[in-house]
Design a protein around this ligand. Structure first.
Ligand SMILES: [Fe+2]
Length: 154
């Protein structure tokens, strides 16, 4: 699968999780927490593989360099928010608000990538190369998930 498709699929996964979260009852704190943990993990893996494997390719395209620099800065905001949320409990007063801000930041991330960055990638990177990066993204994703599972069991 092409890198842009792999990343789009990740976006859809996270979007679905946010939607599931919104449908939960206010007092379903256990499931809220499980879903938010999953969202944080999906985001962590997604942002890491993008930063490690996809953005470096685009940084070689002069037209895309500014957009990628902006995206990297925005990734940091999402990571900071995830770290804050990890320290909160669903019954905390600002929990729902933080999740909402995380969702807004994520929506913005998706919008910028899918409407600006991916079209530039398709324009400047060959189909074969995008397929190859797509494979690398999938492999790296598996590797990171394995590492996470190992640390969870330790
Ligand atoms: Fe993304």
């Amino acid at each position: 699968m092409k890198a842009t498709m792999v990343l789009k699929r990740d976006h859809q996964t996270v979007n679905g999780l946010f939607r599931d979260f919104e449908r939960l009852a206010d007092d379903d704190t256990l499931v809220q927490r499980q879903l938010v943990d999953r969202i944080r993990q999906e985001l962590d893996v997604h942002l890491r593989v993008e930063e490690e494997l996809f953005y470096p390719e685009l940084e070689r395209v002069p037209e895309a360099a500014d957009l990628v620099a902006e995206a990297r800065a925005e990734h940091q905001l999402v990571k900071d928010l995830c770290a804050e949320i990890a320290r909160l409990h669903p019954t905390d007063i600002d929990y729902a608000a933080k999740i909402e801000v995380l969702r807004e930041n994520f929506d913005h991330h998706v919008e910028e990538e899918e409407s600006e960055i991916f079209p530039l990638a398709k324009k400047h990177i060959s189909g074969d190369r995008l397929e190859k990066i797509g494979d690398q993204l999938e492999n790296r994703r598996e590797e990171i998930l394995k590492q996470i599972r190992k640390t969870e069991m330790a």
